[in-house]
Design a protein around this ligand. Structure first.
Ligand code: CP
Ligand code: NVA
Length: 330
């Protein structure tokens, strides 16, 4: 039987396919329990700290609600001394004395790894430059709920910035679970070669396929799901102009949806998404660059293909599973 007690959650690379399926099964169980209105005590007596060096809606709220549902207490920390007046190592040693688990969202993967090395308690990666592993569990759960076949038969096509945390993490998750992963992107934004090589090696064991292409027509054909993310991730704002030029041909619109040839193709996005003008940052960028839309059209975002809000809800159930599995009273 699988046990993840005491483990960190820094990247899905560290987990076996069996362990990932265990987390997905636990998520389904906890989701059913929540929908049945049952309060839990699986995290009773636990304290967790949520460190956010970048903004968040879903990840922060998912951790908080998940903790409260199962009886844990949380501290939200976005103005700590860490990395400014105090080293990451010392911060980890201090927080490890207070808390049973530490969530970190920030700029560098090395930071979350250093926290994990010195905290003495499980550390969960809530997004770094390289990986967003909690998001992948929600995405896989959502796919499994909406596609009427096993995950290993699913063709997941990620379109856009395939070099960012989402591109990397979806490729890793797909390789682990034996899926058919395609990144459709301009060459400049293909994932790092070393990571691709590592995942192709793993794919030999799991039956996954990992394909990278610049061709939209070839890449999206037969897709079960189209996935995209923002063209410019948090911390990369200086790259707006270059990304818009590179990625505009890769926008997910109804024409691309039709090219899949699958009338039931799903649309996923980790969110937040630039799909209309109703945000201050969106308005500014759209005006500055004369755009009407970015990574996805409003039409696709609001279409029957879109499962983005189921996906967002699943952040909570899957993050709960991660906490219960690693620090829970079970
Ligand atoms: N998908 C995601 O991580 O959303 P937030 O940035 O709102 O946490
Ligand atoms: N790639 C995006 C994901 C946001 C959830 C970012 O890092 O900003």
């Amino acid at each position: 039987p699988v046990s993840l007690k005491g483990r960190h959650f820094l990247t899905l690379k560290d987990f076996t396919p069996q362990e990932i399926h265990y987390l997905l099964d636990l998520s389904r169980e906890l989701k059913a329990k929540k929908l049945a209105g049952v309060r839990g005590n699986l995290l009773e007596g636990k304290n967790v700290v949520l460190i956010f060096d970048k903004t968040s809606t879903r990840t922060r709220c998912a951790f908080e609600v998940a903790a409260f549902d199962e009886g844990a207490q949380v501290t939200f920390l976005s103005n700590s001394q860490m990395g400014k007046k105090e080293s990451i190592e010392d911060t980890a040693r201090v927080l490890g004395r207070f808390y049973d688990g530490i969530e970190f969202r920030g700029f560098k993967q090395e930071t979350v790894e250093e926290l994990a090395a010195f905290s003495g308690v499980p550390v969960w990666n809530g997004l770094t430059d390289l990986y967003h592993p909690t998001q992948i569990l929600a995405d896989m759960l959502t796919l499994s709920e909406h596609v009427a076949k096993p995950l290993r038969q699913v063709k997941l096509v990620y379109v856009g910035d395939a070099r960012n945390n989402m591109g990397n993490s979806l490729m890793i998750g797909s390789a682990k679970l034996g899926m058919h992963f395609v990144a459709v992107a301009p060459k400049e934004l293909f994932p790092a070669e070393s990571l691709v090589a590592e995942m192709r090696e793993l794919a030999k064991e799991t039956g996954a396929t990992i394909e990278l292409t610049e061709s939209i027509d070839d890449g999206v054909k037969g897709a079960d799901a189209l996935y995209t993310d923002v063209w410019v991730s948090m911390g990369e704002e200086a790259h707006f102009e270059e990304r818009i030029k590179l990625l505009h041909p890769y926008q997910i619109n109804m024409e691309m949806v039709a090219k899949t040839g699958n009338p039931d193709v799903l649309f996923l996005h980790c969110l937040p998404a630039f799909h209309d003008l109703n945000t201050s940052v969106g308005r500014e960028i759209f005006e500055k660059y004369g755009l009407k839309d970015m990574e996805v059209t409003d039409e696709v975002f609001r279409s029957k293909h879109s499962v983005v809000f189921d996906e967002a809800e699943n952040r909570m159930h899957t993050i709960k599973a991660i906490m219960v599995a690693t620090i829970g009273n079970v």
